[in-house]
Design a protein around this ligand. Structure first.
Ligand SMILES: [Fe+2]
Length: 230
């Protein structure tokens, strides 16, 4: 598996291009903003972008979808149906964060309407990218329609904003639920196995085992109703 990370947006979000080495088929997980380097990487590596795969609908994860899709018009755009309201409401999302309409352009948050989704994730489905097979797990809590993508042979999981090194996703935004997030993390992500490498939407990569033993939200060291990141 080829994984190329681009840390972009004012939120230091991790956009990733993930590809099958053999077939050169690729996906872009969560394009956070317009970014020419991502396009150069896909073209330069002779990858075929089969889809823009979205873990959830927050602006720092979907803000670059329109740009990338315009350049790769054959790519699918996939999101869980329970985050469609966030996705199609992208131009209004900055209001959640207290950014007023007249400030949006100056702060770089003036989003156009995103392209129409081509399909929705289904919980439990296997999504293939060449020889890679991702299990799609619905993990609500940070948003209603959050999913994670787990590749069981490679022992890697892309968790978006569910889980971070030493923290968890925030649950105070619309559609968030601390109880649901803890249930998703415990029963879907930690259940994958300690040896899984965890690729988060912000911050460094970690492993399931490391988070189980040291993440204060999971060890019971403390409980809060919000984590660090949007
Ligand atoms: Fe988020």
């Amino acid at each position: 598996m080829i994984i190329q990370q681009f840390t972009i947006t004012p939120f230091q979000q991790n956009t990733r291009v993930v590809a099958c080495e053999k077939t050169r088929k690729a996906i872009c997980i969560d394009p956070g903003e317009e970014c020419g380097e991502i396009v150069e990487f896909i073209r330069g590596g002779d990858f075929a972008l089969q889809a823009i795969t979205l873990t959830h609908g927050h602006l720092d994860h979907v803000g670059g979808t329109a740009y990338l899709r315009e350049i790769f018009p054959d790519a699918d755009v996939i999101l869980h149906k329970d985050d469609e309201d966030l996705y199609y409401g992208l131009p209004q999302q900055p209001l959640f964060m207290g950014i007023q309409p007249h400030q949006m352009k100056a702060l770089g948050f003036d989003y156009a309407n995103p392209p129409k989704l081509t399909r929705n994730w289904v919980d439990g489905e296997i999504y293939s990218v060449g020889n890679l097979n991702f299990k799609v797990l619905h993990c609500p809590g940070h948003t209603r329609g959050h999913v994670v993508l787990a590749e069981e042979n490679e022992r890697k999981v892309f968790v978006g904003d569910c889980l971070f090194e030493g923290s968890i996703g925030r649950t105070d935004l619309p559609g968030g639920s601390y109880e649901q997030l803890m249930d998703s993390i415990t029963n879907k992500i930690l259940a994958l196995g300690d040896d899984f490498t965890v690729y988060s939407g912000h911050g460094r990569e970690t492993t399931v085992g490391r988070e189980k033993s040291s993440n204060p939200f999971l060890t019971g060291a403390y409980q809060m109703t919000r984590g660090k990141y949007i």
